[in-house]
Write a protein that binds this ligand. Structure first.
Ligand code: HPA
Length: 250
């Protein structure tokens, strides 16, 4: 069963026929909300709104460990993260969709491992390629089948938030090699890896990053809403295709 973790702009899936909701208790506390089970084109899918169904949980306060643990616990075999980002690369303007292939982590103070109990041996996971290649390929194929353009590859920088970045910080991220910037990619991706849940992401550019193009003088929140609303319609088409054509077997 595929899981979809929705971010800003995607707190529900239009084509999801909901069958039930389940509050999962975890050793790590409360997930962002009840898991929503349902079907897309007859195939089982579980959905979770990362920031809560009322969009009240800030990126640095999301209980990523509980979210991923809960999804694993109910039998999820793969996770698609949908997350809005700021575009750093010039081609990544508002509305562009990207399936990133790399991550740089600038977050701090988040609970970013399951392996921190004092009675456990130290455990290191390989994270050379942070996203699952088969799931990425399935997403890209689903986008092609849905007739939606997505960029294959990009470096996702995860900042702490909840504030947006300064123009100088964005310049630094670009020098580091980042193409897009968001606040939730980590530790979500590494936690999925630690519990062996294949994980891939689709990023939606909500705005040019601070200091770039239309964001040179500041970031307009009014236009972000409009952009996300339109772009999430395209993301839903891709997800329908992905879930519906059996590209990811339950
Ligand atoms: N920065 C960080 N996260 C974001 C942005 C941004 O500009 N836009 C949407 N999420």
């Amino acid at each position: 069963m595929l899981a979809i973790v929705g971010g800003s702009g995607l707190t529900q899936l239009a084509s999801l026929t909901i069958t039930r909701r389940e509050v999962v208790r975890t050793p790590y506390g409360e997930p962002s909300g009840a898991l929503t089970f349902g079907e897309v084109c007859g195939r089982p899918v579980v959905f979770l709104a990362r920031h809560g169904y009322g969009h009240t949980i800030a990126p640095h306060l999301v209980n990523y460990r509980a979210n991923l643990w809960a999804l694993k616990h109910v039998g999820t075999t793969g996770v698609i993260s949908v997350a809005s980002v700021g575009g750093i690369r010039a081609a990544f303007g508002p509305g562009v969709l990207i399936v990133p292939d790399q991550i740089i982590d600038y977050t701090w103070g988040r609970k970013s491992t399951y392996f921190d109990a004092s009675d456990q041996p130290v455990h290191h996971v390989d994270f050379t390629h942070p996203y699952d290649s088969a799931l990425r390929a399935a997403l890209i194929a689903a986008a092609a089948a849905a007739g939606e353009a997505v960029f294959d590859g990009g470096v996702y920088a995860t900042t702490q938030g909840p504030r947006l970045e300064t123009a100088a910080e964005i310049n630094r991220l670009e020098r580091d090699g980042a193409d897009v910037v968001g606040m939730t990619g980590m530790p979500e991706a590494v936690l999925a890896r630690e519990i062996e849940l294949p994980y891939a992401a689709i990023n939606v550019v909500a705005n040019y990053a601070a200091g770039r193009a239309s964001s040179e003088q500041g970031i307009s929140f009014d236009s972000i809403e409009v952009v996300l609303h339109e772009a999430m319609t395209r993301v839903r088409c891709i997800l329908d295709q992905l879930c519906g054509d059996g590209a990811v077997r339950p």
